[in-house]
Design a protein around this ligand. Sequence first.
Ligand code: ADP
Ligand code: MG
Length: 241
Amino acid sequence: MLTLKNLSVRLHKKNILNKIDIRIPDGETHVLMGQNGAGKSTLAQSIMGNPNYQVTGEILFADQNLLDLDPQQRAALGVFLSFQQILEIPGVKIYDYLKLLYKKSHEQKLTPLKFKAFLREKMALLAFDESFLERSLNHGFSGGEKKKMEVLQMLVIEPKLVILDEIDSGLDIDAIQAVARAVNYLKEKHQTSVLIITHYSRILQFLTLDKVHLLSKGQLVKTGGAELVRQIEDKGFQSVL
Ligand code: ADP
Ligand code: MG
């Protein structure tokens, strides 16, 4: 369970987020929507521990206040945030990288054979061809392939809290469904708490939504159910504000 309590965030002496309260119980999927510049990415970055932001209030997760921990420690607790600008790393073979990620995030060891089977299951879920395992990390990947690679890493880590910041932007419908399958899988198998930041309802139709939060100018102005997404898409943010 993630609990944001009275969370305020400043950047360069400017208030970006004001007194946000959000609670995401284990196994729930929440959506964060809002106009450009509302502070959605700031919220995601603050949870992960980006040191550029001055954060006050509390971010409670796994019986700890994440504000006391650096980003590596937060990741070790099971917090995952997808990257928006994804790096290409020539020379780092995907298979080796995923093996390293698995080792860092799991206590239980797997034999090479079992790890291959573990990977195969995840790649099938994403309709990712196994030939990718031999390639360099993101090197020469299309935008959509890079995003699916992020999601594959997420599946290998099996996090307890997942934040996906506009992962669906620029994805075709098959890739969107693949991402949704991955989210549903983590939710069912590991009771993962999920926060999806998006502008579009397309990905949301493949997910079971527990709550929708609407952010405007750094304030949480409304929380509702899935019907809020439809209202925003039909009539715009102003109709809801
Ligand atoms: P969203 O993800 O909802 O589009 P962001 O969290 O990226 O919004 O940005 C929130 C606000 O913070 C915006 O008004 C943006 O202009 C401001 N902001 C982001 N980076 C900086 C910066 N380096 N200096 C000043 N303001 C910034
Ligand atoms: Mg953003």
